[in-house]
Write a protein that binds this ligand. Structure first.
Ligand SMILES: *Cc1c(COP(=O)(O)O)cnc(C)c1O
Length: 371
Protein backbone atom coordinates (compact mmCIF):
# COMPACT_ATOMS: atom_id res chain seq x y z
CA UNK A 1 0.00 0.00 0.00
CA UNK A 2 1.27 3.50 -0.78
CA UNK A 3 1.49 5.61 2.37
CA UNK A 4 0.05 9.12 2.73
CA UNK A 5 2.39 11.90 1.65
CA UNK A 6 3.81 13.83 4.59
CA UNK A 7 5.85 16.80 3.39
CA UNK A 8 8.90 17.95 5.36
CA UNK A 9 8.60 21.21 7.35
CA UNK A 10 10.63 23.68 5.26
CA UNK A 11 11.39 27.35 5.69
CA UNK A 12 10.71 28.88 2.29
CA UNK A 13 13.06 31.74 1.45
CA UNK A 14 13.31 31.31 -2.29
CA UNK A 15 11.54 33.16 -5.13
CA UNK A 16 8.17 31.62 -4.16
CA UNK A 17 6.22 29.90 -2.83
CA UNK A 18 6.68 31.64 0.51
CA UNK A 19 5.82 30.24 3.95
CA UNK A 20 2.07 29.76 4.28
CA UNK A 21 0.70 30.70 7.74
CA UNK A 22 -1.10 27.93 9.60
CA UNK A 23 -4.19 30.12 9.64
CA UNK A 24 -4.35 30.01 5.84
CA UNK A 25 -3.79 26.23 5.77
CA UNK A 26 -6.51 25.75 8.40
CA UNK A 27 -8.92 27.83 6.31
CA UNK A 28 -8.28 25.57 3.32
CA UNK A 29 -9.15 22.46 5.34
CA UNK A 30 -12.77 23.63 5.87
CA UNK A 31 -15.63 21.78 4.14
CA UNK A 32 -15.94 22.13 0.40
CA UNK A 33 -19.19 23.72 -0.79
CA UNK A 34 -20.64 24.16 -4.26
CA UNK A 35 -19.13 26.83 -6.48
CA UNK A 36 -22.55 28.41 -7.12
CA UNK A 37 -23.59 28.19 -3.46
CA UNK A 38 -24.78 31.65 -2.35
CA UNK A 39 -22.27 31.51 0.51
CA UNK A 40 -19.45 30.94 -1.94
CA UNK A 41 -20.69 33.75 -4.16
CA UNK A 42 -20.54 36.02 -1.10
CA UNK A 43 -16.94 34.89 -0.45
CA UNK A 44 -16.06 35.70 -4.07
CA UNK A 45 -17.41 39.22 -3.64
CA UNK A 46 -15.32 39.73 -0.51
CA UNK A 47 -12.19 38.41 -2.20
CA UNK A 48 -12.76 40.91 -5.03
CA UNK A 49 -13.12 43.78 -2.53
CA UNK A 50 -9.97 42.80 -0.62
CA UNK A 51 -8.01 42.43 -3.86
CA UNK A 52 -9.02 45.98 -4.80
CA UNK A 53 -7.46 47.09 -1.51
CA UNK A 54 -4.27 45.10 -2.25
CA UNK A 55 -4.00 46.49 -5.80
CA UNK A 56 -5.07 50.00 -4.65
CA UNK A 57 -7.72 50.22 -7.33
CA UNK A 58 -11.40 50.86 -7.84
CA UNK A 59 -11.44 48.56 -10.91
CA UNK A 60 -14.68 46.57 -10.82
CA UNK A 61 -13.01 43.81 -12.83
CA UNK A 62 -10.60 42.58 -10.13
CA UNK A 63 -10.63 38.87 -9.29
CA UNK A 64 -8.42 35.78 -8.95
CA UNK A 65 -7.95 33.64 -12.06
CA UNK A 66 -8.30 29.93 -11.21
CA UNK A 67 -4.71 29.14 -12.19
CA UNK A 68 -1.15 30.29 -11.33
CA UNK A 69 0.45 33.64 -12.14
CA UNK A 70 1.46 32.48 -15.60
CA UNK A 71 -2.24 32.13 -16.48
CA UNK A 72 -2.90 35.69 -15.25
CA UNK A 73 -0.11 36.79 -17.58
CA UNK A 74 -1.64 34.92 -20.46
CA UNK A 75 -5.12 36.29 -19.73
CA UNK A 76 -3.81 39.86 -20.05
CA UNK A 77 -2.13 39.20 -23.40
CA UNK A 78 -4.73 37.03 -25.15
CA UNK A 79 -7.48 39.53 -24.31
CA UNK A 80 -5.65 42.81 -24.96
CA UNK A 81 -3.53 41.88 -27.97
CA UNK A 82 -5.17 41.20 -31.31
CA UNK A 83 -3.29 39.77 -34.29
CA UNK A 84 -1.21 42.53 -35.85
CA UNK A 85 -1.19 44.79 -32.77
CA UNK A 86 2.17 46.34 -31.99
CA UNK A 87 3.29 45.78 -28.39
CA UNK A 88 6.32 47.35 -26.74
CA UNK A 89 7.62 44.69 -24.41
CA UNK A 90 10.38 45.33 -21.88
CA UNK A 91 12.82 42.53 -21.16
CA UNK A 92 15.26 42.75 -18.25
CA UNK A 93 14.94 39.20 -16.96
CA UNK A 94 13.15 35.88 -17.35
CA UNK A 95 9.60 37.15 -16.92
CA UNK A 96 9.93 39.94 -19.49
CA UNK A 97 11.02 37.15 -21.87
CA UNK A 98 7.82 35.29 -21.09
CA UNK A 99 5.78 38.41 -21.82
CA UNK A 100 7.47 38.53 -25.22
CA UNK A 101 6.53 34.90 -25.82
CA UNK A 102 2.90 35.77 -24.99
CA UNK A 103 2.89 38.72 -27.42
CA UNK A 104 4.10 36.44 -30.21
CA UNK A 105 1.61 33.69 -29.46
CA UNK A 106 -1.24 36.23 -29.38
CA UNK A 107 -0.28 37.25 -32.92
CA UNK A 108 1.07 40.62 -31.78
CA UNK A 109 4.04 42.39 -33.33
CA UNK A 110 6.62 42.83 -30.56
CA UNK A 111 8.94 45.81 -30.22
CA UNK A 112 11.54 44.68 -27.70
CA UNK A 113 13.17 47.05 -25.22
CA UNK A 114 16.11 45.23 -23.70
CA UNK A 115 17.89 46.13 -20.50
CA UNK A 116 20.69 44.24 -18.77
CA UNK A 117 19.62 41.63 -16.24
CA UNK A 118 19.84 43.08 -12.75
CA UNK A 119 18.95 46.60 -13.90
CA UNK A 120 15.48 48.22 -14.06
CA UNK A 121 13.70 49.03 -17.32
CA UNK A 122 15.07 52.32 -18.71
CA UNK A 123 12.10 54.70 -19.32
CA UNK A 124 14.12 56.63 -21.91
CA UNK A 125 14.42 53.51 -24.07
CA UNK A 126 10.65 53.08 -23.80
CA UNK A 127 10.11 56.71 -24.88
CA UNK A 128 12.40 56.10 -27.86
CA UNK A 129 10.52 52.91 -28.75
CA UNK A 130 7.22 54.84 -28.76
CA UNK A 131 8.78 57.57 -30.92
CA UNK A 132 9.90 54.97 -33.45
CA UNK A 133 6.57 53.11 -33.17
CA UNK A 134 3.77 55.65 -32.61
CA UNK A 135 1.23 52.98 -33.58
CA UNK A 136 2.13 50.75 -30.59
CA UNK A 137 -1.05 49.84 -28.75
CA UNK A 138 0.29 48.26 -25.56
CA UNK A 139 3.29 48.62 -23.25
CA UNK A 140 4.17 45.52 -21.22
CA UNK A 141 6.67 45.39 -18.38
CA UNK A 142 7.52 43.51 -15.20
CA UNK A 143 7.35 45.65 -12.06
CA UNK A 144 9.38 43.28 -9.86
CA UNK A 145 11.73 40.98 -11.83
CA UNK A 146 11.98 37.93 -9.59
CA UNK A 147 14.78 36.46 -11.69
CA UNK A 148 17.16 39.31 -10.79
CA UNK A 149 15.69 41.24 -7.83
CA UNK A 150 15.30 44.51 -9.76
CA UNK A 151 12.29 46.82 -9.43
CA UNK A 152 11.29 49.10 -12.31
CA UNK A 153 9.69 52.53 -12.07
CA UNK A 154 6.09 51.56 -12.86
CA UNK A 155 4.69 55.09 -12.37
CA UNK A 156 7.02 56.58 -14.98
CA UNK A 157 6.60 53.71 -17.45
CA UNK A 158 2.80 53.88 -17.23
CA UNK A 159 2.96 57.65 -17.80
CA UNK A 160 5.02 57.20 -20.96
CA UNK A 161 2.43 54.72 -22.26
CA UNK A 162 -0.42 57.15 -21.49
CA UNK A 163 1.38 59.98 -23.30
CA UNK A 164 1.35 57.77 -26.39
CA UNK A 165 -2.22 56.55 -26.01
CA UNK A 166 -1.19 52.95 -25.26
CA UNK A 167 -2.53 50.56 -22.65
CA UNK A 168 -0.22 49.11 -20.00
CA UNK A 169 0.12 45.49 -18.92
CA UNK A 170 2.09 45.11 -15.68
CA UNK A 171 3.42 41.96 -14.04
CA UNK A 172 3.22 42.51 -10.29
CA UNK A 173 3.44 38.87 -9.24
CA UNK A 174 6.26 39.49 -6.79
CA UNK A 175 5.45 43.07 -5.82
CA UNK A 176 1.80 42.78 -4.72
CA UNK A 177 1.68 42.95 -0.92
CA UNK A 178 5.47 43.43 -0.65
CA UNK A 179 6.16 46.86 -2.15
CA UNK A 180 3.72 49.59 -3.21
CA UNK A 181 1.50 48.61 -6.17
CA UNK A 182 -0.77 51.56 -6.96
CA UNK A 183 -2.81 50.62 -10.02
CA UNK A 184 -5.09 53.67 -10.08
CA UNK A 185 -2.50 56.26 -9.09
CA UNK A 186 -0.16 54.96 -11.77
CA UNK A 187 -2.90 54.39 -14.37
CA UNK A 188 -2.17 50.72 -15.10
CA UNK A 189 -4.73 49.06 -17.42
CA UNK A 190 -4.08 45.38 -16.78
CA UNK A 191 -2.16 43.78 -13.92
CA UNK A 192 -1.64 40.22 -12.81
CA UNK A 193 -0.14 38.72 -9.67
CA UNK A 194 0.20 35.40 -7.86
CA UNK A 195 -1.12 33.97 -4.61
CA UNK A 196 2.15 32.37 -3.44
CA UNK A 197 4.56 35.28 -3.23
CA UNK A 198 3.99 38.27 -0.90
CA UNK A 199 0.36 37.27 -0.26
CA UNK A 200 1.60 34.01 1.34
CA UNK A 201 -1.19 31.79 0.15
CA UNK A 202 -0.64 28.45 -1.58
CA UNK A 203 0.26 28.56 -5.30
CA UNK A 204 -2.39 28.25 -7.99
CA UNK A 205 -4.37 31.51 -8.05
CA UNK A 206 -3.64 34.67 -10.00
CA UNK A 207 -5.23 37.95 -8.89
CA UNK A 208 -5.83 40.19 -11.90
CA UNK A 209 -7.31 43.65 -12.42
CA UNK A 210 -8.51 45.45 -15.57
CA UNK A 211 -9.34 49.14 -16.06
CA UNK A 212 -12.41 50.46 -17.89
CA UNK A 213 -10.13 51.38 -20.81
CA UNK A 214 -8.90 47.79 -20.97
CA UNK A 215 -12.47 46.46 -20.94
CA UNK A 216 -13.43 48.88 -23.73
CA UNK A 217 -10.49 47.60 -25.78
CA UNK A 218 -11.58 44.00 -25.24
CA UNK A 219 -15.19 44.78 -26.16
CA UNK A 220 -14.00 46.49 -29.36
CA UNK A 221 -12.07 43.44 -30.55
CA UNK A 222 -12.85 42.31 -34.07
CA UNK A 223 -11.36 38.83 -33.55
CA UNK A 224 -12.27 36.12 -31.04
CA UNK A 225 -9.92 35.60 -28.10
CA UNK A 226 -7.94 32.50 -29.07
CA UNK A 227 -8.15 30.93 -25.58
CA UNK A 228 -11.57 29.70 -24.49
CA UNK A 229 -10.68 29.36 -20.80
CA UNK A 230 -9.04 32.78 -20.50
CA UNK A 231 -11.54 34.75 -22.64
CA UNK A 232 -12.66 37.54 -20.31
CA UNK A 233 -15.98 37.91 -22.14
CA UNK A 234 -16.85 34.41 -20.92
CA UNK A 235 -15.16 34.50 -17.50
CA UNK A 236 -17.10 37.67 -16.70
CA UNK A 237 -20.38 35.78 -16.62
CA UNK A 238 -19.02 33.88 -13.66
CA UNK A 239 -17.02 36.49 -11.73
CA UNK A 240 -18.70 39.74 -12.59
CA UNK A 241 -22.47 39.34 -12.58
CA UNK A 242 -23.46 38.87 -8.92
CA UNK A 243 -26.96 37.44 -8.66
CA UNK A 244 -27.13 35.82 -12.09
CA UNK A 245 -23.87 33.96 -12.06
CA UNK A 246 -23.47 31.38 -14.80
CA UNK A 247 -21.30 28.30 -14.92
CA UNK A 248 -17.97 28.80 -16.66
CA UNK A 249 -15.59 26.48 -14.79
CA UNK A 250 -15.56 25.05 -11.28
CA UNK A 251 -13.63 27.49 -9.12
CA UNK A 252 -11.02 25.90 -6.80
CA UNK A 253 -13.17 26.28 -3.69
CA UNK A 254 -10.69 25.47 -0.90
CA UNK A 255 -7.78 27.47 -2.35
CA UNK A 256 -10.23 30.41 -2.44
CA UNK A 257 -10.76 29.97 1.32
CA UNK A 258 -6.98 30.22 1.63
CA UNK A 259 -6.72 33.37 -0.47
CA UNK A 260 -9.59 34.92 1.48
CA UNK A 261 -7.79 34.25 4.79
CA UNK A 262 -4.47 35.54 3.44
CA UNK A 263 -6.21 38.77 2.39
CA UNK A 264 -7.94 39.09 5.76
CA UNK A 265 -4.49 38.83 7.36
CA UNK A 266 -3.17 41.52 5.01
CA UNK A 267 -6.11 43.74 5.94
CA UNK A 268 -5.46 43.16 9.65
CA UNK A 269 -1.80 44.07 9.33
CA UNK A 270 -2.48 46.98 7.00
CA UNK A 271 -1.03 47.21 3.51
CA UNK A 272 1.45 49.96 4.40
CA UNK A 273 2.62 48.07 7.46
CA UNK A 274 3.21 45.01 5.26
CA UNK A 275 5.34 47.08 2.89
CA UNK A 276 7.27 48.50 5.87
CA UNK A 277 7.84 45.00 7.30
CA UNK A 278 9.29 43.73 4.00
CA UNK A 279 11.58 46.78 3.92
CA UNK A 280 12.70 46.35 7.55
CA UNK A 281 13.42 42.62 7.14
CA UNK A 282 15.39 43.39 3.99
CA UNK A 283 17.51 45.94 5.89
CA UNK A 284 18.33 43.38 8.59
CA UNK A 285 19.18 40.69 6.05
CA UNK A 286 21.28 43.13 4.04
CA UNK A 287 23.28 44.13 7.12
CA UNK A 288 23.98 40.43 7.77
CA UNK A 289 25.07 39.83 4.17
CA UNK A 290 27.33 42.87 4.24
CA UNK A 291 28.96 41.61 7.44
CA UNK A 292 29.65 38.36 5.54
CA UNK A 293 31.03 40.33 2.58
CA UNK A 294 28.28 39.08 0.27
CA UNK A 295 27.48 41.45 -2.61
CA UNK A 296 24.10 42.32 -4.09
CA UNK A 297 23.47 41.92 -7.82
CA UNK A 298 21.22 45.01 -8.06
CA UNK A 299 22.10 48.64 -7.24
CA UNK A 300 20.54 49.81 -3.97
CA UNK A 301 18.22 52.29 -5.74
CA UNK A 302 16.26 49.58 -7.59
CA UNK A 303 16.64 46.65 -5.21
CA UNK A 304 13.52 44.67 -4.30
CA UNK A 305 13.28 44.14 -0.53
CA UNK A 306 11.40 40.86 -1.05
CA UNK A 307 13.92 39.31 -3.45
CA UNK A 308 17.57 39.53 -2.45
CA UNK A 309 19.85 38.44 -5.27
CA UNK A 310 23.44 38.03 -4.06
CA UNK A 311 26.61 36.98 -5.87
CA UNK A 312 28.01 33.56 -5.02
CA UNK A 313 31.56 34.06 -3.68
CA UNK A 314 34.47 32.98 -5.89
CA UNK A 315 35.26 29.27 -5.73
CA UNK A 316 32.00 28.21 -4.05
CA UNK A 317 29.80 25.44 -5.48
CA UNK A 318 26.47 27.22 -5.17
CA UNK A 319 24.31 24.11 -5.79
CA UNK A 320 26.11 22.19 -3.04
CA UNK A 321 25.41 24.99 -0.56
CA UNK A 322 21.72 25.08 -1.50
CA UNK A 323 21.48 21.31 -1.17
CA UNK A 324 23.05 21.51 2.31
CA UNK A 325 20.75 24.34 3.38
CA UNK A 326 17.80 22.17 2.41
CA UNK A 327 18.96 18.87 3.89
CA UNK A 328 20.56 20.15 7.11
CA UNK A 329 18.58 23.30 7.78
CA UNK A 330 15.27 22.64 5.99
CA UNK A 331 15.83 26.02 4.36
CA UNK A 332 14.99 26.66 0.72
CA UNK A 333 16.66 29.51 -1.18
CA UNK A 334 16.63 30.07 -4.94
CA UNK A 335 19.26 29.58 -7.63
CA UNK A 336 20.04 31.91 -10.52
CA UNK A 337 18.16 31.52 -13.81
CA UNK A 338 19.44 31.82 -17.37
CA UNK A 339 22.76 33.67 -17.63
CA UNK A 340 22.80 34.03 -13.85
CA UNK A 341 22.64 30.28 -13.18
CA UNK A 342 25.53 29.21 -10.96
CA UNK A 343 26.44 32.83 -10.21
CA UNK A 344 23.78 34.08 -7.80
CA UNK A 345 21.49 33.03 -5.00
CA UNK A 346 18.00 34.46 -4.65
CA UNK A 347 16.80 34.86 -1.09
CA UNK A 348 13.14 35.67 -0.81
CA UNK A 349 11.56 37.67 1.99
CA UNK A 350 8.02 37.33 0.79
CA UNK A 351 4.88 37.62 2.88
CA UNK A 352 4.95 35.38 5.96
CA UNK A 353 8.60 34.51 5.21
CA UNK A 354 9.60 38.13 5.92
CA UNK A 355 10.03 37.62 9.67
CA UNK A 356 12.88 38.38 12.06
CA UNK A 357 13.34 34.71 13.02
CA UNK A 358 13.66 33.69 9.36
CA UNK A 359 16.20 36.39 8.66
CA UNK A 360 18.34 35.34 11.63
CA UNK A 361 17.99 31.66 10.77
CA UNK A 362 18.97 32.22 7.14
CA UNK A 363 22.07 34.23 8.09
CA UNK A 364 23.11 31.62 10.64
CA UNK A 365 22.61 28.72 8.23
CA UNK A 366 24.41 30.41 5.35
CA UNK A 367 27.31 31.33 7.66
CA UNK A 368 27.60 27.71 8.80
CA UNK A 369 27.63 26.44 5.21
CA UNK A 370 30.17 28.98 3.98
CA UNK A 371 32.69 28.63 6.80
C1 LIG B 1 6.41 33.68 -10.06
C2 LIG B 1 6.28 34.68 -11.15
C3 LIG B 1 5.44 34.49 -12.26
C4 LIG B 1 4.72 33.20 -12.52
O1 LIG B 1 3.86 32.83 -11.53
P1 LIG B 1 3.42 31.27 -11.41
O2 LIG B 1 2.46 31.28 -10.30
O3 LIG B 1 4.70 30.53 -11.12
O4 LIG B 1 2.85 30.87 -12.71
C5 LIG B 1 5.32 35.50 -13.19
N1 LIG B 1 6.01 36.67 -13.05
C6 LIG B 1 6.85 36.88 -12.03
C7 LIG B 1 7.57 38.18 -11.92
C8 LIG B 1 7.01 35.89 -11.04
O5 LIG B 1 7.85 36.12 -10.02
Amino acid sequence: MTASFIPPQRILMGPGPSDVPQRVLDAMARPTIGHLDPTFVELMEQIKAMLRMAFQTQNALTFPVSAPGSAGMEMCFVNLVEPGDKVIVCRNGVFGGRMLENVKRSGGVPVIVDDAWGTPVDPQKVRDAFKANPDAKVLAFVHAETSTGAQSDAATLAKVAQEHGALTIMDCVTSLGGTPVLLDAWGIDAAYSGSQKCLSCTPGLSPVSFSERAIARIKARTTTVQSWFLDLNLVLGYWQSAGKRTYHHTAPINPMYGLYEALVMLEEEGLENAWARHRAMHETLKAGFEAMDLKYVVEASSRLPQLNAICVPEGIDEAAIRARLLSEFNLEIGAGLGDMAGKIWRIGLMGHSARQENVEYCLKALKACLS
